[in-house]
Design a protein around this ligand. Structure first.
Ligand code: MV4
Length: 451
């Protein structure tokens, strides 16, 4: 096992990793930016080092500096958390060359899965269902039109180096497609330095279901069930739940088994997630694989009783998976709400909900500063109940109890969301936000007027 891990992240995930290392009796070194010098993870790590100014490019993304520090301070591994360097294969390769373990899958797997089109081609060869679309990268607008003609409109152009909705463009006819193609290529070049794009049939109002996987370096792969992540606002997830309500057990098992096959196809050797879209006829399609620990991992932990960060660290250290698929048992229902700050500022008052089935993942404390430099998520509220209904009730109570003063947040919208009929019924899809936005906005407005 590792002796000392360098944590190359901040906020709640840095804290989550720190706590796990403590349990595993692994020393921790946290690197941080100037903006985070008074943060909770900095205070709780065994050692902390300020590595640069506020901007992430000058701090959390300083690959060579981070590796140099890890070597100088006797670390044997680096945990990247999510975001920042977590899916950067170049960084993972650099760690490997420096003799450090990157806590995640092998660098070549990160590279392969980071190329979304290459990933599609690989899993297709293994018989995994894909959204109908182009084979390989598109070479010109004419080819895009030919493919679209064949599969039928509407279609969606996606960047090979994208993922998570970045650089996607829909087209409902050939004229629009020509424009969309050029814009997508340009955008992808600018954002990722690679203009490769591919095309898929646009699935209207899909459900976004992902399968959590855990694997080791000996070819063992297990799944830890699915999560429904369909409640998103402009590709930002707001609420996730497990299991996925309104999908049959048969469908979920088939998706889980398919995800395991996809992982085996690429020799996957860490925790990871396979994303699927599910259409109105309950057909499912692979869209991409995430090779990092995800923000929403606690909902899975809550229903299967496993520590995903622990599994990830152990696997990176070359330990075998500690359990078989048959030993994975699910119980209850879990929901996570993401609390985002809508403005930076100092936290003047803070009260987190507590009680049976309530878990908080946050590094926030009273007097803490929310800085404008990073992601706006400041807390995750995770509840678990015996049934979905109980989990929904628990989340309502938890959010009603939550007090965050000093910065404005999305708390009131989240609370209202939990009373929307289509959420309560549970069969919602990715159009949930658009369909409910007006209502949520109006209610927000009247709340801010104090009525
Ligand atoms: C799609 C799609 C419809 N058809 N692909 C957005 C995130 C990225 N991982 C994939 N995304 C989508 N891909 C096809 N062929 C619709 C989305 C999508 C979406 C997916 C999941 C959750 C919310 C979403 C909101 C809008 C679009």
């Amino acid at each position: 096992m590792f002796k000392k891990i360098l944590i190359a992240n901040r906020g709640e995930i840095a804290l989550r990793i720190l706590r796990c290392c403590k349990e595993l009796k692994i020393q921790t070194l946290l690197i941080y930016s100037r903006a985070d010098r008074r943060s909770l993870p900095v205070m709780l790590a065994d050692e902390s080092l300020c590595i640069g100014p506020e901007s992430a490019v000058d701090s959390y993304l300083q690959q060579d500096l981070i590796i140099e520090i890890a070597l100088k301070t006797g670390c044997d591994a680096i945990h990247p958390g999510y975001g920042f360097l977590s899916e950067n294969s170049e960084f993972a390769f650099k760690c490997e060359r420096a003799g450090l373990t990157f806590i995640g899958p092998s660098p070549s797997i990160i590279a392969l899965m980071g190329d979304k089109q290459a990933a599609r081609e690989l899993v297709k060869r293994h018989g995994i269902p894909l959204v109908p679309g182009s084979e390989g990268v598109l070479s010109c607008a004419e080819e895009a039109k030919a493919v679209a003609q064949k599969i039928g409109y509407p279609v969606l152009i996606k960047a090979s180096a994208g993922g998570g909705g970045k650089g996607m463009r829909a087209a409902y006819g050939p004229k629009e497609l020509e424009v969309a193609y050029r814009q997508a290529v340009q955008e992808a070049e600018k954002a990722f330095g690679c203009g490769d794009v591919y095309l898929e049939k646009l699935i209207t109002d899909p459900r976004h279901i992902e399968i959590q996987l855990a694997a080791d370096k000996y070819g063992n792969v297990i799944h830890l069930g699915e999560r429904n992540c369909s409640i998103q606002k402009y590709h930002q997830k707001l609420l996730e739940e497990a299991p996925a309500f309104g999908l049959s057990d048969a469908l979920c098992s088939e998706m889980a088994e398919t995800a395991v096959r996809a992982a085996k196809a690429c020799g996957y050797d860490s925790v990871g997630t396979v994303e699927f879209l599910v259409d109105r006829d309950d057909h499912f399609y692979f869209i991409e694989m995430n090779t990092r620990i995800q923000v929403e991992h606690p909902v899975t932990e809550s229903i299967c009783g496993l520590d995903l960060i622990r599994l990830q660290i152990r696997s990176a250290a070359g330990k075998k998976l500690p359990l078989t698929q048959e030993q994975v048992l699910f119980r209850g229902h879990a929901i996570e709400c993401r609390i985002n700050a809508k403005s930076p500022g100092k936290i003047t008052m803070l009260h987190f909900p507590q009680g049976l089935g309530v878990r908080i993942e946050s590094s926030l404390y009273e007097g803490d500063e929310v800085s404008p430099f990073y992601d706006s998520m400041i807390a995750k509220i995770i509840v678990t109940g015996e049934s979905r209904r109980q989990a929904v009730y628990r989340m309502r109570s938890a959010l009603a109890e939550l007090v965050i003063e000093g910065v404005s947040t999305n708390l009131s919208e989240m609370l209202l969301l939990l009373y929307r009929p289509d959420f309560v019924l549970g069969g919602y899809d990715t159009s949930f936000w658009e369909k409910n936005e007006l209502f949520l906005k109006e209610a927000q407005l009247s709340a801010s007027k104090g009525s």
